[in-house]
Design a protein around this ligand. Structure first.
Ligand SMILES: N[C@@H](CCC(=O)N[C@@H](CSS)C(=O)NCC(=O)O)C(=O)O
Length: 318
């Protein structure tokens, strides 16, 4: 089990660290199991319940207005987790910015940043007064160059993160069940191979201080009502991804791409309506073989760059 505690000289010291994980349930062999438009903020259920109760008891608010007020209040509530879903339109990639607003440093992480939108993302980090500590990837992307290299140059102290199984380079190589802390919040690493062997899903923690419902950043493993292509590094046991499908049904699903206009789903929704991942392995394979997708335009540039995952200079020197 991989663990990192930043050294005392590390700028990350007070805000982030990896801790020894408790093992997550491994999926049964043969069943490899495995977030909202702008400004979704997770609220505590206590806040929501009390707010909804207040709205319900207001005799002045007509029904529609009551619903809208509850929605806006949730979105504007001073919750602990800050979450932004950001879109890069050329590759239809979602990047996620998360931060712990309850921590004095407001430590933040970026999941799946894209090189082309690094200025937008780092400006947002500064505008919101956050301290970016990790630039993380769910896998080695084939359709765009990760933003981790540029981010590390613009914001020294930021560390890149990717799974060990990806065989890519990064400052931190993580394993299944590792926990990645930013302030008092953390992301759990769940191995979800399928689209690539090193694909992982980052899931918000389980516990009273962690966001509820839980949130899964599924990369390309689970796209909303779809999944990542399997013609790069096909791995067995991709369908019915237990590391995602055994999460509570209200767990929010935020993927790395969307090509159809979706922004967020839930585990429950995907269990019912995902047209690929709900199938048995044989049916899944034949669906995937019939897709006949064209190769990503950027693949020859993106994969070598992403294998260095923000350590391009180190790679060139060695
Ligand atoms: N046309 C795009 C690539 C589109 C594509 O292949 N997307 C991948 C994820 S990025 S490698 C995928 O898995 N798609 C699944 C699907 O069902 O579309 C380009 O040229 O970059």
């Amino acid at each position: 089990m991989f663990l990192i505690r930043p050294s005392t000289s590390s700028p990350l010291n007070s805000s982030a660290h990896f801790v020894p994980p408790r093992p997550l349930p491994r999926p049964v062999r043969g069943k490899m199991l495995l977030l909202r438009s702008h400004r979704l903020l997770s609220s505590t259920s206590a806040f929501l319940s009390s707010y909804k109760a207040a709205i319900k008891t207001s005799r002045l608010a007509p029904l529609g207005l009551r619903a809208m007020a509850a929605y806006s209040a949730a979105a504007a509530s001073p919750s602990r987790l800050l979450l932004r879903q950001l879109f890069e339109k050329e590759s239809s990639t979602y990047t996620y910015l998360l931060a712990d607003l309850a921590h004095p440093d407001k430590p933040a992480v970026l999941v799946d940043p894209v090189d082309k939108t690094v200025d937008r993302d780092t400006n947002l980090v500064k505008e919101l007064g956050l301290k970016l500590i990790y630039a993380m990837n769910t896998h080695v992307h084939a359709d765009h160059v990760t933003g981790t290299g540029l981010i590390k140059k613009k914001m020294p102290g930021v560390k890149s993160v990717i799974s060990k199984a990806s065989t890519a380079q990064a400052d931190h190589l993580v394993d299944h069940a590792d926990k990645i802390y930013f302030g008092g919040l953390f992301l759990e690493v769940r191995a979800t191979p399928g689209h690539t062997v090193g694909c992982v899903t980052y899931v918000t923690g389980d516990g009273p201080d962690q966001p509820h419902p839980r949130i899964a950043f599924t990369g390309d493993t689970l796209l909303i009502h779809g999944c990542g292509r399997t013609d790069f590094q096909f791995t067995e046991n991709y369908s019915r991804p237990s590391q995602i499908f055994t999460l509570p049904k209200d767990t929010l699903i935020y993927p790395a791409h969307d090509y159809k206009g979706f922004t967020v789903s839930t585990v429950g929704e995907e269990l019912l309506y995902n047209p690929r991942l709900t199938k048995d392995e044989e049916t899944f394979k034949s669906i995937m073989e019939d897709l006949k997708l064209t190769y990503p335009k950027m693949i020859d540039i993106a994969v070598p760059a992403n294998m260095a995952c923000g350590l391009q200079d180190a790679t060139t020197k060695s």
